[in-house]
Write a protein that binds this ligand. Structure first.
Ligand code: AHM
Ligand code: MG
Length: 330
């Protein structure tokens, strides 16, 4: 009797997934596949460093502050280097912009080529590293306009212009979440074969879940609307979850629903999170999963940044929960 195989459960790597996506666009050149493969290589290297951080002495401060005035951890620097080294040699990358670097790095100008700009936060939530809490890499891919000579002006694009966005969560497992504007796909690193394997395609965020995620210690300095929302949530059976690592908090919100917020505070009147490589890619992922993302009155994706490290307020998550918060903000 011939053997029967179940092809519905075939293994699909991140690489194959991207190749399949590209095949849907007859004009695609494969450049994009190279970029995602570089990010995935960097992610595996970073995951390895994060997993062995204490054993290899990579825990703790690097001894310098970055352009945002934040103290760099050793692993911030290691992660930044890993991404720069993996992406720097790809011919399709024109500009790289990192949370850790003052100015974007121009790799190729004008007719030297380079179709894309890659913006990233190499290791978000790194102040949590010493305690073994999940941290992550966030990235956003934009098209490069070779006619704009200035790197900052090149990357200051609205979130709606993103070609792709994603994050890698270095948690109890290493998770790669990606959108290219055609839904959200979730991959998990199989450490034994060294590949990110597709776990779930077309991820959808639940429309509602009575959970909010915010640093409530700052609540007395939030604008009124947020304070009224929190009082309402307290009276209406809500639960709170806050890790203090955006990638981990957003990932939980994506899978189980609820709302994640970083409102304006007294210390950070514009909010703390950076637009181009934190708020905007996460907003793209949320919307592609059926959720919502706002920065103030405006959809986060419609915000026009003026500076590479610009900060915006963040409100994202389940459509029902985000709308509820917005009722209080009006
Ligand atoms: P970082 O990019 O310097 O790591 O800062 C961003 C992190 C986010 O991961 C997290 O959502 C936020 O800072 C937490 O800030 P706070 O400690 O003020 O709640
Ligand atoms: Mg960050």
């Amino acid at each position: 009797m011939p053997m029967r195989h179940d092809f519905s459960e075939n293994l699909m790597s991140l690489q194959s997934h991207i190749l399949l996506e590209e095949a849907k666009h007859p004009s695609a050149s494969g450049d994009f596949t190279w970029i995602i493969s570089a990010i995935s290589l960097a992610a595996k290297s970073i995951a390895n460093h994060v997993r062995r951080a204490r054993l290899s002495g990579a825990i703790g401060k690097f001894g310098e502050t970055n352009v945002q005035g934040e103290e760099q951890q050793k692993l911030d620097v290691i992660a930044n280097e890993a991404i720069m080294r993996c992406l720097g040699t790809r011919a399709s990358v024109a500009v790289l912009a990192s949370e850790e670097d003052d100015q974007p790095t121009i790799l190729r100008r004008g007719n030297e080529g380079g179709k894309y700009c890659v913006l990233f936060d190499p290791l978000d939530g790194s102040s949590n590293l010493d305690t073994g809490v999940g941290v992550g890499t966030i990235f956003s891919i934009l098209r490069n306009d070779p006619h704009i000579p200035d790197a900052q002006a090149t990357v200051c694009q609205q979130g709606t212009q993103q070609v792709a966005a994603g994050y890698v969560l270095y948690g109890s497992s290493t998770i790669f979440v990606l959108t290219t504007g055609n839904g959200v796909a979730l991959f998990e690193l199989d450490p034994f074969i060294g590949s990110f394997l597709l776990v779930k395609d077309k991820v959808r965020i639940p429309a509602a879940n009575k959970v909010y995620s915010v640093n409530e210690a700052y609540a007395s300095t939030f604008p009124d609307g947020y304070q009224r929302y929190l009082s309402w949530a307290h009276a209406n059976g809500y639960s709170s979850r806050y890790i203090g690592s955006m990638v981990a908090d957003v990932h939980r919100t994506l899978l189980t629903g609820g709302v994640f917020m970083y409102p304006p505070t007294k210390k950070n009147p514009e909010g703390k999170l950076r637009y181009l490589y934190e708020a905007s890619p996460m907003a793209f992922i949320m919307e592609q999963a059926g959720g919502l993302a706002y920065s103030g009155e405006r959809r986060t994706l419609e915000h026009q940044p003026r500076q590479v490290h610009e900060r915006v307020p963040v409100l994202l998550g389940s459509s029902g929960e985000v709308e509820k918060v917005r009722e209080f903000l009006r």
